[in-house]
Design a binder for this molecule. Structure first.
Ligand SMILES: *Cc1c(COP(=O)(O)O)cnc(C)c1O
Length: 361
């Protein structure tokens, strides 16, 4: 069967170096090694060190491996919120985190923006009782990128709250200033181009202090994956459970490849490819970018209004070897979503645009 190009916004095409790393991992029998071995500690240390460098993590930041970003939502509430959290909601993923806080018995409040936009920070009065403020940097369901300068205002305006950033589908393409936030998290099936099933949680000392304080008050902060257990394990380059050793290995390797390529180059390419896609949709007689405010358009997940043509267009592209995402939630039948991740080459994006151009209604 001919190989397809997956432009789906996660899982997506694997990063182009993964195949070789996977072969090497099998040759080295990585899936067979003990997670308590010295070899595993080396794998952990390599992944940690490459991620630290790639993201330019400050010294008061740490990282832990989780099952996924969804897990981090639950852990953040358990470890960092006693009573109340606040959420900027502008799509299905930000909404889901808000719901999880409620499911865990917290008072969750939100500022909800219309789909396709975001709520500017200055337009909401967040209650002083909010212990954590959540922003989704890249709303994968709508293709809205929360502007960086907006996110950076939060810390000064709400110094007592922890600032949590979901950059699952934009990291490391998005540029984040860690000194202006307290925690951020991602899943590896988005921009890192790895198989799904591994999350990375970045957290600073303030998050650790909060978890300790809540635990000493008798709050349940989770069992094997409480922030404190994860952190304790990380200091020994170990995980509390038997982790997906193979994926941690692959993540370390891909992060290393991205470092060698250079994040600047990856970002310039992302910008270029996003411009090709947005310009194309802007000039199309039937389609249009869903996000109207050009300053809030995601560079990594491009969402286009394709209306009644959606199903036919998706099928048309599939028969030509290209898989794009359908719309999310209420937009399932009226949008397409195109991933513009580091593994998607300029040529593949140009091929996609040229192929859409031959689509006849
Ligand atoms: C994909 C995604 C998630 C959830 O990731 P999982 O790996 O399914 O846990 C959360 N937030 C955003 C913005 C996402 O794109």
């Amino acid at each position: 069967m001919a190989k397809k190009i997956y432009f789906t916004p996660g899982p997506s095409d694997i990063y182009f170096t993964v195949e070789e790393h996977l072969k090497n991992a099998l040759k080295e029998q990585i899936p067979a090694i003990s997670h308590r071995s010295k070899r595993f500690q080396e794998i952990y240390a390599e992944a940690e060190s490459n991620l630290r460098t790639l993201f330019g993590l400050p010294n008061d930041f740490h990282l832990a491996f989780t099952a996924s970003a969804t897990e981090v939502w639950e852990r953040l509430i358990q470890n960092c919120v006693e009573k109340e959290s606040f959420h900027f909601v502008n799509g299905s993923f930000s909404q889901r985190f808000y719901e999880i806080a409620g499911e865990l018995g917290r008072t969750a409040k939100m500022a909800k923006a219309d789909y396709g936009s975001y709520t500017p920070i200055g337009e909401v009065a967040i209650p002083a009782s909010a212990e954590l403020i959540s922003v989704t940097q890249n709303e994968t369901s709508t293709g809205v990128a929360f502007p960086q300068n907006e996110i950076e205002q939060l810390k000064a305006a709400y110094p007592n709250a922890l600032i949590a950033v979901d950059f699952v589908s934009s990291a490391p393409v998005s540029n984040i200033d860690f000194s202006k936030i307290d925690t951020a998290y991602l899943s590896v099936q988005k921009c890192f181009g790895l198989p799904a099933g591994l999350g990375v949680w970045f957290y600073n000392d303030r998050c650790l202090e909060r978890a300790k304080a809540l635990q000493s008050k008798g709050q349940v902060i989770g069992s094997y994956h409480s922030l404190l257990k994860l952190h304790e394990g990380g200091l020994k380059k170990q995980t509390p459970e038997t982790p997906n050793v193979l994926f941690i290995y692959l993540l370390g390797k891909v992060a290393g490849d991205m470092l060698s390529k250079g994040l600047d180059r990856i970002r310039i390419e992302a910008e270029y490819k996003a411009t090709v896609l947005y310009t194309y949709f802007e000039n199309h007689p039937l389609f249009a970018p869903f996000v109207k405010d050009a300053g809030a358009r995601s560079k990594t997940v491009i969402v286009a209004e394709t209306g009644q043509h959606t199903a036919a267009l998706i099928d048309f592209l599939k028969t030509r070897g290209m898989v794009v995402g359908s719309g999310y939630g209420p937009f399932k039948d009226s949008h397409i979503r195109v991933a513009n991740f580091p593994t998607h080459s300029k040529e593949s994006i140009e091929l996609l645009v040229d192929t859409i151009d031959t689509f006849k209604q």
